[in-house]
Design a protein around this ligand. Structure first.
Ligand code: NAG
Ligand code: NAG
Ligand code: NAG
Length: 168
């Protein structure tokens, strides 16, 4: 009995621990402090990404597979998987964007890059990670992450994406 109970506790804790928080509104996003103030670049990066790299149906307008804008594969490795593990790796792949030191990152707009200094860690710590459906060329999930720190990694809800698409 005790054993089952303990297992239940451990499993529940694991589920809570491994579930990333979803951000539903601009207020919630602001409250996380993600990507702001300068030299952090994540907020500008996220807004630029949702306004330029997806359409209303989350079809990808940028090509993560080709490394556009510095996109590269995000290997979601264990033992502490940052993101949900991909069940169908033929169809899905995670890609990360925002390392200003990577090839093609200079194609990002100046507003996203302007505070970057190679030796200032803060200026290059934010990432947008996407779950990409290679067959449909669609973005299934958008995540934001303060350099892959689990407690600073969030899922960006579709309605928040829609709101950010409206921002000036
Ligand atoms: C996304 O946010 C909207 C508006 O707050 C909410 O109605 C919806 O349930 C959210 N979706 C998810 C998957 O959390
Ligand atoms: C979120 O932050 C941005 C930029 O700092 C600000 O312009 C906006 O008013 C804030 N939005 C909300 C809903 O707090
Ligand atoms: C992750 O973020 C938390 C909260 O800000 C911080 O205490 C912790 O040191 C960070 N971990 C790493 C590995 O940077």
């Amino acid at each position: 009995m005790t054993c089952y109970f303990l297992r239940f506790i451990i499993l529940t804790t694991a589920v809570i621990f491994f579930t990333l928080k979803t951000l539903n509104t601009v207020e919630e996003l602001n409250e996380t402090g993600f990507g702001k103030p300068p030299p952090r670049h994540g907020y500008a990066l996220l807004v630029w990404y949702v306004q330029n790299c997806v359409d209303n149906n989350m079809v990808s307008l940028c090509n993560p597979m080709e490394g556009e804008y510095g996109f590269h594969e995000f290997r979601n490795t264990g033992p502490f998987f940052l993101l949900p593990r991909l069940k169908d790796k033929k169809t899905y792949e995670y890609f990360t964007l925002g390392n200003l030191n990577s090839k093609h990152a200079h194609d990002l707009p100046y507003d996203v890059r302007k505070y970057y200094k190679p030796h200032d860690q803060k200026s290059n710590m934010d990432r947008v990670i996407v779950k990409y459906n290679k067959n449909k060329n669609k973005i299934e999930t958008v995540f934001i992450s303060e350099h892959y720190n689990r407690s600073k990694t969030y899922i960006v809800n579709l309605s928040l994406i829609a709101d950010l698409r409206q921002q000036k």
